[in-house]
Structures are given as structure tokens and as C-alpha cells.
Design a protein around this ligand. Structure first.
Ligand code: NI
Length: 140
């Protein structure tokens, strides 16, 4: 280990490596190490969410038509039920019909996933996506 980092070699087929280099260059990475570190962090965060250990944070983004069914009432009821896991909600009126909501969540991954599933499958929600992250503790 030198200067707090450890170097390791990776064997890879040339075609795979050149495709990887193209993609990371297009995304703005200046070297492979930076890209690989981000990929490893992303993988570890995903594992933390899947293992259900500890506290996780994330954002739940959804689009719905506020005229359809009783979608707004259902979503409000759900958010009140899970109020301890919800830090903030941003609501934007996209046009005459559509609303965009971004819900910032924090809690156990089990609770957050349950809340996300209920919100995303609520009748009238056209699109919903949970983005998982962490405070980054332990991820240098
Ligand atoms: Ni609205």
C-alpha cells in the first residue's frame, strides 16, 4: 500500500477494455482508476441496500396525473403513514395535468423499499423510480 491506496492489475479482453475506455471518456473520466472507483462504490452501495443493513438514504421520483382516480389522496396517505422515513417532498406542477414529485427518504432499506414499491404501484403513477445512495461512510 502506497499513499493510502493499493494498486492491483486487472486482466481483460482488449475489445471489452476499449469499449470501457470509450464509455468512460465520453462520460468525462480522465483515467480508468477514477471510473473503477466510482463503479466499485456504486456496487457497494447497491449491496448495502440489498443486505438491508443500516440506514440508507435515497430519492423517490414520480410523475402522475393529478386528475386521475384518487392518486393524490393515496400518495398523501402513504406519505403520512411513512412520515418518519420522509425527509422532504418537492412537488412541481409540470403542466395542466401532470405533477412531478421528488421524495427524499431515509431509513432502513426494508422500510424504504416497501414505501417505494407502494408509491410506484399506486394507481395513476405513470413513472416512478427509487435512487439509492448512502452517506458514504466507509466508502473512501
Ligand atoms: Ni401538481
Amino acid at each position: 500500500m502506497v499513499n493510502g491506496v493499493e494498486r492491483f492489475g486487472v486482466s481483460m479482453a482488449p475489445d471489452l477494455l476499449s469499449r470501457f475506455d470509450e464509455v468512460i471518456a465520453a462520460r468525462g473520466y480522465t483515467n480508468r482508476s477514477e471510473a473503477i472507483r466510482d463503479i466499485v462504490r456504486d456496487y457497494l452501495i447497491e449491496q448495502q441496500w440489498e443486505s438491508g443493513e443500516g440506514e440508507v438514504i435515497g430519492t423517490l421520483t414520480l410523475v402522475y396525473d393529478h386528475h386521475e382516480h384518487d392518486t393524490m389522496e393515496q400518495l398523501t396517505a402513504l406519505q403520512h403513514h411513512y412520515h418518519e422515513a420522509i425527509l422532504s417532498t418537492l412537488h412541481i406542477h409540470l403542466d395542466a395535468h401532470h405533477c412531478l414529485e421528488v421524495i427524499v427518504v431515509r431509513g432502513s432499506s426494508t422500510d424504504i423499499r416497501r414505501l417505494a414499491d407502494k408509491v410506484i404501484t399506486t394507481r395513476g403513477v405513470k413513472h416512478g423510480k427509487l435512487t439509492c445512495t448512502t452517506t458514504g461512510q466507509g466508502l473512501a
